[in-house]
Ligand binder design. Structure first.
Ligand SMILES: [Fe+2]
Ligand SMILES: [Fe+2]
Length: 250
């Protein structure tokens, strides 16, 4: 029995392709959210998700934004221009597919109960990062009784055991924030969990970004996005993410 766990693809089809070619076939796959925004390969990414056909997909904050663009209306203009272009060019049935993504909760896979959450918490509750308090992890799930809680959103690959529960972040497929150009994910094989990484060629991602015309009005932003991908610091080398790179996290 093999179960693939992926999260935070962010419109990076090259990264997802590398995982699929290394790990499939699988019996099940679980996707923890943030499929398309704000990456340049949204349609290619959705095609790969369709191919993988996850047993369960959880709604991420950036999936909500596709369905409710008013959520990003107050962002800086370059981000709004990028997101609007991506949404405008989506295949017609994509929003409907994203709308099917599930809410956080207890799910059953082959008779085993697992708790799934995108990982986004209210600001005051903090981020579920390796240095977070136990209370932050307990905000994801404290009462399901599931031995495994999978979550994403913070883009750092790690796990933390509190009492009887282990909280596992498989890391980010398409937008790592730990200084390595690689796709991160997890696999459960015969009941054991393994955190894995695979490297990939970013060329097609870079070409896709170059083809987004509105970004020509924001050349510095475009260069910053490219540098972010190539350096493995997704949305910039800012705290609180860099400390985890230095500590060896993927
Ligand atoms: Fe994300
Ligand atoms: Fe997220």
């Amino acid at each position: 029995m093999k179960i693939l766990i992926i999260s935070d693809i962010h419109g990076n089809a090259e990264a997802l392709k590398a995982i699929i070619s290394k790990e499939t076939p699988v019996d099940h796959s679980i996707f923890l959210g943030d499929a398309l925004l704000s990456g340049p390969q949204a349609n290619e990414t959705m095609d790969l998700i369709d191919e993988l056909n996850p047993t369960i997909s959880i709604m991420g904050n950036h999936d909500e934004e596709v369905l409710h663009p008013e959520h990003f209306a107050h962002w800086p203009e370059e981000w709004v221009a990028l997101n609007e272009w991506i949404i405008e060019h989506l295949d017609r049935d994509t929003p409907e597919k994203l709308a099917q993504f599930k809410r956080p909760g207890k799910y059953d896979v082959e008779g085993q109960s697992i708790f799934l959450h995108h990982g986004d918490l209210d600001k005051k509750e903090g981020n579920a990062l390796p240095n977070a308090t136990e209370e932050t992890f307990l905000k994801l799930d404290r009462s399901s009784g599931c031995p495994l809680v999978f979550f994403g959103h913070t883009h750092v690959q790690f796990s933390k055991t509190i009492g009887e529960q282990t909280y596992i972040n498989p890391g980010s497929v398409g937008q790592p924030r730990t200084g390595k150009l690689q796709a991160c994910y997890g696999v459960i094989e015969d009941g054991r969990y393994f955190a894995r990484q695979v490297s990939y060629q970013p060329d097609k991602w870079l070409s896709a970004l170059n083809a987004i015309d509105p970004l020509n009005s924001f050349p510095k932003f475009k260069d910053w996005l490219k540098a972010g991908l190539l350096s493995g610091y997704g949305i910039g080398k800012n705290d609180p993410w860099t400390q985890f790179a230095e500590q060896g996290y993927n």
